[in-house]
Design a protein around this ligand. Sequence first.
Ligand SMILES: Cc1ncc(COP(=O)(O)O)c(C=O)c1O
Length: 314
Amino acid sequence: MASFKNYKVWLDGQIVDSDKAVIPIFTQTALRGANVYEGLRAYWDEKRQDMFIWMLDQHVDRLFRDMKVMRMQSPFSKDDLKQGIRDWITANEFREDVHFRLFVYLGDGGPWGVRAFRPDEITCGAFIFGSPRPHVDALTKGVNVAVSSWRRINDDSVPPRVKAGANYQNSRLAIIEARTNGYDDAIILNRDGKVSEFTGACMMIVKDGVLMAPPVSEGTLDSITRKCLLELYEMEYGKPPLVTRIDRTELYMAQEMLMCGTAEEVTPVVSVDRIPVGDGEVGEVTRKLQTLYLDAVRGRDQRFVQRRAPCYAR
Ligand SMILES: Cc1ncc(COP(=O)(O)O)c(C=O)c1O
């Protein structure tokens, strides 16, 4: 993956070189991971000679919903941030697919520290950075995962529905364990022992020929990709997916499994705890959903072109 350092950054309304993209150590974002953010992708369209940002409105809307929970007040409007993204893409002259993050962060809380939250006590800022992020191997061959021994954070303490940077301490513990043990990623169970999600993506299985996904209330992010896949499944197969709690044993009995998210797109999972998923090959429904999703994000499916925001042609 290309280093973020090779690309310019949008920081508080300015395009700066990556070595100038610095935030003081006294900010709450540096001290306590106090921020909310979005991970987005923009796809290069050779035919239209433009970068198309996938689900831009949905991402910015979710960011503002998260800020509301955290009582953060962005100095930038939704439109400012959307324009910021376009400016960042333009400044880097991207003509290839990129993955990028849009953060709103809490600044210096002064002597109030963690207690500061009112706009007169603490200000917010924003930044955008990213790079190309290809993952062809995972998309084609699939990944091997483990069930983590760490449990998922919960809505009554550190709500997973809010995409806050600090939530990823939980993901970090799980991915360290998984990678140390030779796996690509981990499935995290919630406090009730039911499946929540991966460290940075949602989980779905196919069982008895039906696509199943845990409800968001099981400790997942309200994933934009998840919602889109559930919709695509129903359109393609003419029957609704099953949104239901999933037990650990169902992971081992599943015919197919996939990981979905903006970064992972639709990545097949071929084993869990070294037990093959189905026959250990990429499943038929997974492959179909992957094709449908990639057709949607790349503008090959007319039903989804409205969800792609052009960058250069505006
Ligand atoms: C923990 C977690 N779950 C799920 C997702 C997928 O969400 P989305 O489809 O909105 O990218 C992400 C992606 O950022 C994530 O970090």
